[in-house]
Write a protein that binds this ligand. Structure first.
Ligand code: IMP
Length: 429
């Protein structure tokens, strides 16, 4: 089967963008299946950094068809900005298709996200403030506006006015905010709709036909398993399903067409925003990881929280997603740490368990149980083959493979395209 799903195994920011960019050299199509402009996929090429938010990472490879699937929420203004930036970088945007059934993320969603976060006070979720939660709320409440509606702008404007008036009542009466100028928003939306119109398509059909032809199709998730609204650290999650099942729902691919699931995991753990994080290091180890890994969010610039590798979470992710193999990223960031720790189990509710906390407990109740491994001091940046890595680095990855029960097909040792060790192809067919 020619469909390969690429999923973040942790709390996002695992480096999916650069792995998709690499795999896209050998595919006909890349499809984004959930999330919106909360995502930030960093791709470094020839020393230049490109940050992708809504456009699939395949855009960096000429000739690859790039699809924004129905499971995403599309913010038209930032998408157009991103398209302009990519065009300036030499990318061909003709290959971009946007699902007719994707929901629009509109200006009132972003304002609502921000005022709702503020009103939560100490209970804030630490969202990206992009409007993701309110946009998916409207979709579930069946008051959302879909991308296809922009094709008939007068009808779109009538629908928009009704929804926006209701949002204004919420903003004024509940949150004490000034109302948004509905006609001014529509004035900005009209040219945006015109520019996006040629890209709007029946993408579930396009994906289906490609899979039928035997084309290789990559399904690109945003965020990560532990930010999944159903399986993540609720309520400190995003409002969509980054897990592999989300690739079917979010694109129209039938489950039987999934050929493999590649889990992307950093060699350590990070998260942005609030919520439990058992292996978090608030000491010099955390400082080292932030500094060496340049751990700042691609979308908001926020400093990421950093900690040791947690294989309890990786096993959980492997189970939920059905990973067929792993890509381990940022191994080079561990260089210089004399001892490395790997969390293999949790102490929780008076017992030690190697799985997700039992019913009645959450990750916040878990204390990590660690094993220790020797570190290495050599730079890994020049390694291109497995044998080039120092023995301690190989043993660390092998231990990770053993504990998760999956092979690490790819190991990245730096941000540049070529700083990668390919041990096996993740395409199993
Ligand atoms: P939202 O997706 O903006 O609603 O934010 C919900 C949670 O998901 C917050 O903790 C965010 O920091 C986190 N989040 C959203 N997008 C990303 C991402 O691309 N990488 C890492 N964390 C993210």
């Amino acid at each position: 089967m020619p469909g390969l799903i690429v999923v973040g195994a942790q709390w996002g920011d695992e480096g999916k963008g650069r792995i998709v960019d690499l795999l896209a050299a050998d595919v006909q199509m890349v499809v984004r299946y959930q999330g919106g402009n909360n995502a930030g996929h960093t791709v470094v090429r020839e020393g230049r950094t490109v940050r992708l938010h809504q456009v699939p990472s395949g855009i960096m490879r000429p000739g690859v068809l790039c699809v924004i699937g129905n499971g995403t929420v599309v913010e038209p203004f930032s998408l157009l900005e991103e398209m302009d930036e990519l065009a300036g970088f030499g990318c061909d945007l003709e290959v971009l298709r946007i699902s007719r059934a994707a929901h629009l993320l509109l200006p009132y969603h972003q304002v609502l996200d921000q005022v709702q976060e503020t009103s939560r006070g100490t209970q804030a979720l630490g969202t990206t403030g992009r409007g993701i939660g309110p946009a998916y709320t409207d979709k579930a409440a069946r008051v959302g506006i879909r991308v296809e509606e922009m094709l008939r702008f007068d009808a779109f404007a009538r629908h928009f006015r009704v929804v926006a008036q209701e949002k204004n009542r919420l903003l004024v009466d509940l949150y004490g905010q000034p109302p948004l100028d509905i006609e001014a928003m529509l004035e900005r939306l009209r040219p945006a709709a015109e520019r996006l119109a040629p890209h709007i398509a029946d993408t579930s059909l396009i994906v289906h036909q490609a899979l039928r032809r035997g084309d290789r199709v990559l399904f690109e998730g945003a965020q990560g398993t532990l930010l999944d609204i159903d399986h993540g650290t609720y309520p400190f999650v995003t409002s969509s399903n980054p897990t592999a099942g989300g690739a079917c729902v979010g694109t129209g691919m039938a489950p039987g067409e999934v050929g493999g699931v590649l889990g992307i995991a950093k060699a350590y753990t990070t998260r942005v925003g609030s919520g439990p994080f058992p292996t978090e290091c608030r000491d010099e180890v955390g400082e080292h990881l932030v500094r060496e890994g340049v751990e700042y969010g691609a979308t908001t610039g926020r400093r990421r929280r950093c900690g040791w590798l947690d294989v309890v979470l990786l096993r959980y992710a492997a189970r939920l997603n059905g990973f067929t193999s792993l890509a381990v990223t940022k191994l080079d960031v561990l260089t210089g740490l004399p001892r490395l720790r790997i969390c293999t189990a949790y102490r929780c509710g008076g017992t030690v368990a190697e799985d997700w906390p039992p019913v009645g407990y959450s990750l916040a109740d878990c204390e990590p149980v660690y094993e220790e491994w020797p570190g290495w001091s050599e730079s890994l940046r020049e390694a291109r083959r497995w044998e080039d890595l120092p023995e301690a680095a190989r043993r660390y990855v092998e231990r990770m493979e053993e504990l998760v029960g999956l092979p690490a097909d790819l190991v990245s040792v730096g941000p540049e395209r070529e700083q990668l060790i390919v041990r096996r192809s993740p395409w199993r067919t």
